[in-house]
Write a protein of this length. Structure first.
Lengths: 402, 359
């Protein structure tokens, strides 16, 4: 056991830090629009082999050997520098790897490069009003008419649908086939008369989700990933990548530090709340869990680097449940510290900004927002099923409509 | 970076697991548990023959020269088997001598501890339930010890006691020495008996490095208790999974009911992340000195608390049978309760965690 990264990786880290000092851009470049500056810096990262490592050069990646430790260092340092590296989001994180694995040559060339550059924005058309946890029961249907698919139905909880250029999603194309075998994975342009996007306001006040109504929307026949009726298998690949987006341990650590700061500066009975024995117990218990999450991440990383991920299957499968619950515990503890300030509504800035800036209303927003990750990407009860069935080998429960 | 076990680590655990399965199967464990003595000289001899008595004793004294992490992995495996025996106190006594003993003391005692010829233990607790070096009151004067210690693991069995003394130091006392009076305690965990020990002008030998090392020995003890509790929690989960698969009601295994399945998934989600926490705390004792004390407190508080919660839910999931003396769940529940209480409660160590964090 050795917690040092070793010479090779410390060298990478040192080079990387030097490189990341180049952000934000300076000189004439600093006056360019923000998006252009980010694109420039991201391109430099690709050239150096830091960004989009798993993608071939041909589609805009830097085509590096798989290296879990290097990935971890890159994530950590880019995060620390708040610099533009791998774009996160439905397109680059979910669709692009799926196309890389299962898309046609033409699809890869057409869609991956602009997606990685951030010029082609995607939304994910999975959930429907009647298909949440039971995703395979999607009923939005697509029929092939000549050289195009014609689509009718409704998607929901669609993040960034209003900004997206394209949607990838699951549509029923074989109505006669059994549930899972009747679905295809289609790519659909968003800017067309058959598509109507209506925003859904979240309980925190932000506008992130949408409903998407498809009423005679069309897409070319070739915009199918995999074969007809194989959409479910294709979507499994996407979901695999989605789990990797969950439970960022750096974010938990940041929220934890903010909570400790809050406890230091909040006064209770004329002294800092942090001196209250009951609060100290509560914080210590939360930190115990945070340490569990952090050390488990190190363990998973080592297993990945050794090619022994099967040895940490249970650890991987509990990560989403554990880390989202931890986020919830941190947020609740902070909210309790606010006292009467918890009566305030989040401000416009709290809601539109992702990070919490440490203000009272920022903690209120975090408190409300922390409910979301427990549901998104497979709600906690679905996670419990996954843990029980895939890692503990318990029998599947009786499900209708198999 | 390598945060995983080596082949040697895995081999150590496999060997111990095999030994426990062979030499202390369920029926034998039950016999020992019923007898309540918590000690089986045969079983301990078997362990010492495999070198378990000297795992972290330097090779020049006949030990294996390994680290706290190796001790912790052994503790986890023994906890998972609820193996009766004086491993915990013995390992800590050896560590106290290694870290705080004079060359003569090490020369005299370590080879005999490593070979298993002698059983060692630590006497840290006092009657008010306090285990912290700063609170110890047993006094040394002119090479004689006066005072009383409580909650001494295997106090009635051990040959050599490492006693915590006033001022936070450590002194060696032989159990057979005059002025040492041992009173066995009717303990809850019947795999590891406790005793109270009274010293009346008992001859003792002060460890010159005792004050400097008592805290480190305590920290190692916290890690080993956490590891033992983690092993117990793993075993409780495994037993409960087995029961839920086998037990049928309403014509199906109860594990198929989502209420049961989800409860089991929640237990697994609590237990599994602790594995890495225990590894880290153990590793820190030898390699991350500036986080050693705090990480030991965190591991002890978090893991032993959680193991006891797992045990109580394991009883619930076993239903009526889980509430009986006959059901083996109680063996591990009591093992976990021992781990939770010895060397200080989770509450105590959370407060230390807070203070050590500068809160």
């Amino acid at each position: 056991m050795n917690l040092e990264y070793g010479e090779k990786y410390e060298k990478l880290r040192a080079e990387l830090r030097e490189f990341l000092r180049g952000w934000p851009l300076t000189g004439a470049l600093a006056s360019l629009p923000r998006a252009e500056q980010e694109a420039i810096f991201r391109r430099r990262g690709v050239e150096r082999g830091y960004v989009y490592r798993e993608f071939p050069k041909q589609v805009g990646g830097s085509e590096q050997e798989p290296d879990a430790l290097a990935d971890a260092i890159l994530r950590e340092e880019y995060w620390r520098a708040s610099a533009p590296g791998d774009l996160l989001g439905q397109g680059p994180s979910l669709l692009a790897p799926t196309l890389l694995a299962l898309g046609s040559e033409a699809q890869r060339e057409r869609f991956i490069p602009p997606t990685l550059r951030g010029e082609m924005v995607w939304c994910q058309g999975y959930s429907e009003p009647g298909a949440g946890s039971d995703l395979a029961s999607v009923s939005s249907r697509a029929a092939l008419e000549g050289d195009r698919w014609v689509i009718h139905g409704q998607k929901i909880w669609t993040s960034r649908a209003a900004q997206a250029d394209w949607m990838f999603g699951l549509f029923r194309t074989e109505p006669e086939a059994p549930k899972h075998a009747g679905i295809s994975y289609l790519l659909i342009p968003m800017d067309q008369p058959g598509i109507d996007v209506r925003p859904l306001k979240q309980l925190s006040g932000s506008l992130e989700f949408n409903e998407v109504f498809l009423d005679g929307a069309v897409t070319a026949a070739e915009n199918i990933v995999g074969k007809r009726g194989e959409g479910w298998q294709v979507s499994r690949v996407t979901l695999l990548h989605e789990r990797k987006l969950m439970g960022n341990p750096h974010l938990l650590r940041e929220h934890w530090s903010q909570l400790l700061d809050l406890a230091r500066r909040t006064q209770r009975g004329g002294r800092p709340a942090l001196q209250d024995p009951a609060l100290r117990q509560r914080l210590a218990a939360i930190e115990g869990r945070l340490r569990c999450a952090e050390t488990s991440t190190m363990r998973q990383l080592t297993a990945a680097a050794r090619g022994e991920e099967h040895e940490v299957l249970l650890s991987l499968l509990v990560t989403k449940l554990y880390s989202t619950q931890l986020g919830d515990q941190i947020a609740r503890c902070a909210y309790d510290l606010l006292g009467a300030e918890g009566l305030l509504a989040p401000t416009e800035a709290d809601v539109s900004d992702y990070g919490n800036r440490g203000t009272a209303t920022g903690f209120v927003e975090q408190y409300l927002f922390s409910l979301g990750p427990l549901i998104a990407g497979g709600a906690s009860n679905i996670q419990r099923n996954i843990i029980a069935e895939r890692a503990l080998g318990l029998p599947r429960d009786l499900r209708k409509g198999k | 970076m390598e945060f995983g076990l080596t082949e040697e680590h895995k081999l150590l655990m496999e060997t111990l697991r095999g030994f426990a399965a062979r030499e202390c199967p369920a029926a034998r464990l039950r016999e020992l548990f019923e007898a309540g003595a918590g000690h089986d000289p045969e079983l301990w001899r078997g362990l010492t023959e495999m070198g378990v008595a000297g795992l972290a004793i330097p090779d020049e004294y006949g030990g294996a020269g390994l680290e706290i992490l190796d001790l912790a992995l052994a503790a986890e495996t023994l906890g998972s088997a609820a193996l009766p025996g004086p491993f915990l106190g013995h390992a800590l006594a050896g560590l106290a001598l290694r870290l705080g003993g004079s060359p003569e003391q090490r020369e005299r005692w370590l080879p005999r501890l490593a070979s298993g010829e002698l059983v060692g233990t630590i006497a840290f607790g006092e009657a008010d339930g306090c285990f912290e070096p700063g609170t110890w009151s047993a006094r040394v004067e002119g090479g004689r010890l006066d005072g009383a210690k409580a909650w001494v693991p295997f106090g009635a069995v051990a040959d050599l006691l490492v006693v915590g003394t006033a001022g936070g130091g450590l002194a060696l006392v032989e159990r057979s020495a005059p002025g040492v009076e041992i009173a066995p305690v009717d303990g809850l965990d019947r795999t590891r008996p406790l005793a109270s020990v009274r010293f009346a002008k008992a001859p003792c030998d002060v460890l010159p490095g005792g004050v400097a090392t008592a805290g480190r020995v305590r920290d190692a003890g916290l890690v080993l208790l956490a590891a033992d509790a983690f092993g117990a929690a793993e075993k409780l989960l495994e037993m409960t999974l087995g029961y839920a698969r086998a037990r049928e009601q309403f014509g199906q295994p109860i594990a198929q009911f989502q209420a049961v399945k989800h409860q089991l998934a929640d237990l697994a989600a609590e237990v599994e992340p602790m594995r890495a926490l225990v590894w880290y705390a153990a590793h820190a004792q030898d390699h991350v000195r500036d986080d050693a004390e705090r990480s030991a407190a965190i591991a002890k508080a978090h893991v032993t608390d959680c193991a006891v919660r797992v045990a109580r839910e394991a009883v619930q999931l076993h239903g009526g049978i889980g509430f009986t003396w006959e059901c083996d769940v109680q063996i591990w529940m009591k093992r976990a309760l021992f781990d939770r209480a010895l060397l200080g409660s989770p509450e105590t160590h959370r407060e230390r965690q807070a203070a050590l964090g500068g809160w």
